[in-house]
Structures are given as C-alpha cells and as structure tokens.
Design a protein around this ligand. Structure first.
Ligand SMILES: [Zn+2]
Length: 205
C-alpha cells in the first residue's frame, strides 16, 4: 500500500503507532522498532505492507520504503507541508474509509510543492476539499450575526464568511474570495491574502 503519514505516536520502547492516509482508508498501524528500519517522519509518503497480528489490536506495518520529494530539503516548504498534513488527522479521527479523492489531492499537491508556492497550494487544495465535501459557504451572509455581507468579509475556520467586525479578523475583498471558490485558483490573490488564507486553512477543516 501507499500512503501519507498523518501522525506518529511513540509507543513502548522505541515502537511507534503510525496513522496513515492511503487511497481508501485512514488507519493506525503498529511499527516495531528495529535498528535497520528507516526513520519515519510526519508527512512522508511511504509504501508499506500490512500484517495482521492476532495478539495485537493494531495491524503491523513492515517493508516500508519512503518516496522522497525534492522539497524535503527546503526548510520552509517542509514546515508548510508538516503544518498542512497535520490538519487531516483530526478531520478523519472518527473515519476509517475514505474516498480516493483525498489521497490523490495530497499526492497532487506534494508533486507540485517543489515548483509552486506551497502557501498557494495549501489554499487551493483546502478549497477543493471543501468543495468536494459540499462545505463551501454562501458568501452573502455572516455566519456569526446572520445578516448580509456587502463588499468586504473575513473568513474564519473552514473558510466560513463573517463580517470583519463580527469576527475581529482581517477584511478581504468579497469578489476575490468568490473567484477563489469558483475557480479553486489563487491566481488573482496577492501574496498577503494568500498568506492570510493559508493560515486560516491551517486551523483545520
Ligand atoms: Zn456579522
């Protein structure tokens, strides 16, 4: 199987519990420590085999190989990847079976991460996932006070729209967000807006 490491928890001794998002599942596995084993890190894309051990409540993973990306050596890109991948574990905490859309969205982003701006990829991938889940909000109404939004708005967690004075958050031009939601592209957004939106996305779904 192939999957992204969403979370690593240290178990007894040097063993690990590894949560992996693969094509159809988000699942946790047990990994025994061995000196010859390669080091696992958050966000890695790995190939692995699953071994069901009857004595253990978690299946074990073995034969792990890491699919490296060039950007792993770029500190800022790696940090952004770590922060981005971290929002998926809470999103799927009570879910085991998932659509392949999530794996391929992450794979697509990971492949573009080297050449493209990682903050833009965070905003675009996050927007696409919200769309896929039918969670794109209508921008005409503030989710806090329920009244109409005119030309400026703020986005809060999950890209929900609110009045800047209701949310105490930075105001953004409404048209540019409408464009983002319609196209899933950050092309028309300046770097400051992208930075702002990526920080909102990184708060989670
Ligand atoms: Zn309001």
């Amino acid at each position: 199987m192939k999957g992204f490491i969403l979370k690593l928890n240290r178990a007894k001794n040097e063993d690990m519990v590894v949560t992996i998002l693969s094509e159809h599942t988000v699942d946790s596995y047990y990994r025994f420590y061995g000196a010859r084993h390669s080091v696992l890190q958050l966000g890695y894309l790995i190939d692995f085999e699953v071994e069901q051990d009857k004595a253990n409540f978690l299946p074990r993973i073995r034969s792990i190989t890491h699919n490296g990306f060039q950007w792993l050596y770029n500190r800022e890109k790696l940090m952004n990847w770590h922060r981005f991948i971290s929002i998926f574990e809470p999103h799927f905490r009570d879910v085991k079976e998932i659509d392949s859309f999530y794996f391929y969205s992450l794979l697509d982003a990971a492949k573009k991460w080297e050449k493209q701006n990682s903050r833009r990829l965070i905003v675009e991938t996050f927007t696409n996932i919200l769309k896929y889940e039918g969670r794109i909000n209508n921008l005409s109404k503030c989710v806090i006070c329920g009244s109409k939004i005119e030309n400026e708005l703020s986005l809060i967690k999950g890209f929900m729209p609110a009045h800047p004075f209701c949310s105490h958050a930075t105001a953004i031009d409404k048209n540019s967000i409408e464009n983002l939601f319609a196209t899933s592209s950050t092309l028309l957004l300046n770097d400051d807006t992208v930075e702002l939106l990526s920080e909102i996305a990184l708060k989670g779904f």
